[in-house]
Design a protein around this ligand. Structure first.
Ligand SMILES: [Zn+2]
Length: 218
């Protein structure tokens, strides 16, 4: 373990503890991962967030071979497959948050009902087809559903989000949960009024110039 690995291990522990504290995740559900050179760091199997330490984070390679005494999350295939195939991201967060999972259990994608639906990287938030937890098939359907996207629901299971850092992946997972709660709420009052393709395209253009930018040099 070296300094950079320590930093990433700490970030993964922090993400799991923040998910628990914010109610996004509970118990031993949910997991997180990050790229570590040509290997990967993933959360261990079956350890509640409160008991996680940087040392319990597992270093694993593409084949599933891992270092140390802790077994990796049962979803390591999904994490490793995403990190290996997506050079645009470095971290993955998966959880069973309440509203996202409610919609996932109804197999309902989230339509463009709010401009922040675009946090998924597209105008809607897709649902990956159901497959057994931890299976190669689940990894495969999630990877293909996430093509060109940063987040999706997982049918009858939960949600997953991708980021450049563990903190960014968590931020996206949190926003997916908010969007899911909005959709759930509008379904109770007659359904949402959706934004048009043109309105969502304007959102993507506006995102490109949103936030803090370096000042122009004079
Ligand atoms: Zn899960």
């Amino acid at each position: 373990m070296n300094a950079r690995s320590d930093e990433l291990r700490n970030a993964l522990v922090a993400v799991m503890q923040q998910m628990e504290a914010s109610g996004l995740n509970h118990g031993t559900a949910g997991n997180a991962s990050a790229r570590w050179g040509d290997k990967f760091l993933v959360t261990p199997s079956g350890i509640p967030a409160a008991q996680l330490t940087p040392d319990s984070i597992v270093e694993i390679d593409r084949s599933g071979a891992y270092e140390g005494d802790f077994r990796p999350t049962s979803e390591w295939r999904m994490h490793v497959g995403l990190l290996a195939g997506r050079p645009d991201i470095n971290a993955v967060v998966h959880c069973h948050s309440q509203y996202a999972t409610t919609l996932a259990c109804a197999n309902k994608p989230i339509p463009p009902l709010h401009y922040m639906t675009a946090v998924s990287g597209g105008p809607d938030i897709r649902v990956a087809p159901y497959a057994l937890f931890g299976s190669e098939e689940l990894a495969s359907v999630v990877i293909s559903t996430l093509e060109g996207r940063r987040a999706c629901l997982m049918a009858n299971h939960g949600q997953i989000a991708l980021g450049r850092t563990p903190a960014e992946a968590l931020m996206i997972a949190s926003e997916v949960e908010v969007q899911a709660s909005f959709y759930y709420g509008t379904l109770a009052i007659g359904g949402p009024v959706l934004l048009s393709n043109e309105q969502m395209n304007d959102v993507f253009s506006a995102f490109l110039s949103y936030g803090q930018k370096p000042k122009k040099e004079v």
